[in-house]
Design a protein around this ligand. Structure first.
Ligand SMILES: CC(C)(COP(=O)(O)OP(=O)(O)OC[C@H]1O[C@@H](n2cnc3c(N)ncnc32)[C@H](O)[C@@H]1OP(=O)(O)O)[C@@H](O)C(=O)NCCC(=O)NCCSC(=O)/C=C/c1ccc(O)cc1
Length: 345
């Protein structure tokens, strides 16, 4: 798995003490904003300029994360049979997945899929799709890449739009990539996590709580104030149903956790609801602190952080859960089994 690139993105710190965020990386720095002062006003027709900028930068950012994932696996890029790319930032065809395939030198027959409207649940959806592809195509190696740039929907503050301030306060840019396969080749591949079981749930009557809409001035986000509480009321049922489906009864504190850190309040609510020990959401909190909410890419960073914590012995649980949340409200849930534990069994 590899993750994170700092080449394209500039860093800035977040002044909000309550956000749980200390650092974020953004492509749209003062220089670019200086060249496009109209980006601050959502009423101005800036979509063309934003799309041009994102179309170039999104695949490049993805390529640096994906190249590291491929290098870490230790086999040529031509081994990749499928590509699943998630981004809310690219809006052009041929799309960022084709450009990414070309930048990486993937084979011309690579089977590509792009997800572009899944928002913050894009990483979870892409992993679920990769699992299906890997399990149903012998020998498949699926490259999952998520690359998100906030410039497509960045605005200055506006009267009556508190959610814009929320967006400016929590969202950041980043890209993550991971290679998914079934039946790992001994001596060549070192699996990190087995994706044991996955579900997607939609919370009824919440279609207006997280929305995005392409406007002449860019991507217009709306994240309602009710999101953390709605997640709190629905997550436990979702977890119970998921574990019941595979006949495992789980104690929440015996699991490792990769919760999408959409905002500090979301993590607080999940922790409180499930009665989790303070260390249980450490991976999500660290990613939030160091990078902010990078939408679909964020869960890949959290999995990477969990890998680090497992290597240092800070996390020893054998089974775990990944959850990502996006428009719908959609909850992507995946039961994970730590690969190191597989060999011991
Ligand atoms: C860290 C926060 C932002 C602030 O925490 P706080 O400092 O303890 O303060 P409060 O929570 O009390 O909020 C401060 C003020 O902001 C207001 N506020 C608080 N959220 C709001 C609000 N969404 N609106 C509008 N006012 C608000 C809140 O009402 C309050 O107003 P006031 O009482 O008048 O001071 C915290 O509220 C928080 O973590 N909120 C959850 C963030 C959240 O929902 N994240 C999004 C998850 S979903 C997602 O990531 C998907 C993204 C997506 C990406 C791409 C796509 O294409 C599609 C989707």
């Amino acid at each position: 798995m590899h993750i994170c690139d700092e080449l394209l993105c500039k860093m800035f710190s977040c002044p909000g003490k309550n956000s749980g965020i200390e650092r974020r990386y953004v492509h749209l720095d003062e220089e670019l904003l200086g060249a496009h002062p109209d980006f601050s006003d959502r009423a101005l027709p800036t979509l063309d300029a934003r799309i041009d900028m994102a179309s170039a930068a999104v695949p490049e950012l993805a390529a640096s994360a994906a190249a590291r994932a491929i290098a870490e696996r230790g086999r040529p890029a031509a081994d990749v049979t499928h590509l699943v790319f998630s981004t809310y930032s690219g809006r052009k065809a041929p799309s960022a997945d084709l450009r990414l395939a070309s930048l990486l030198g993937l084979r011309p027959t690579v089977s590509r899929t792009i997800l572009s409207l899944n928002g913050c649940s894009g990483g979870g959806r892409a992993l679920q799709l990769a699992k299906e592809l890997a399990e149903n195509n012998r020998g498949a190696r699926v490259l999952v890449a998520c690359s998100e740039l906030t410039l497509i929907g960045f605005y200055g503050p506006q009267e009556g739009r508190l959610d814009t301030i929320l967006g400016n306060g929590v969202f950041g840019d980043g890209a993550g990539a991971v290679i998914v396969g079934a039946d790992p080749v001994d001596c060549i591949e070192r699996p990190l996590f087995e994706m044991a079981f996955a579900t997607q749930t939609t919370i009824p009557e919440t279609e207006n709580e997280i929305t995005t809409r392409l406007m002449k001035g860019g991507l217009d986000f709306h994240v309602s104030i009710r999101v953390p509480k709605l997640l709190k009321s629905n997550i436990e049922r979702c977890l119970i149903d998921t574990f019941e489906s595979i006949g495992i009864s789980a104690e929440w504190n015996d699991l490792f956790w990769a919760i999408h850190p959409g905002g500090r309040a979301i993590l607080d609510h999940v922790e409180q609801l499930l009665g989790l020990g303070v260390e249980k959401l450490a991976a999500s909190r660290r990613v939030l602190r160091e990078y902010g909410n990078m939408s679909g890419a964020t869960v890949l960073f959290v999995l990477d952080e969990l890998r680090r914590r497992r290597a240092t012995g800070e996390e020893v649980a054998e089974w775990g859960v990944m959850m990502a949340f996006g428009p719908g409200i959609t909850i992507e849930t995946m039961v994970l089994h730590a690969a190191g534990s597989l060999k011991e069994n």
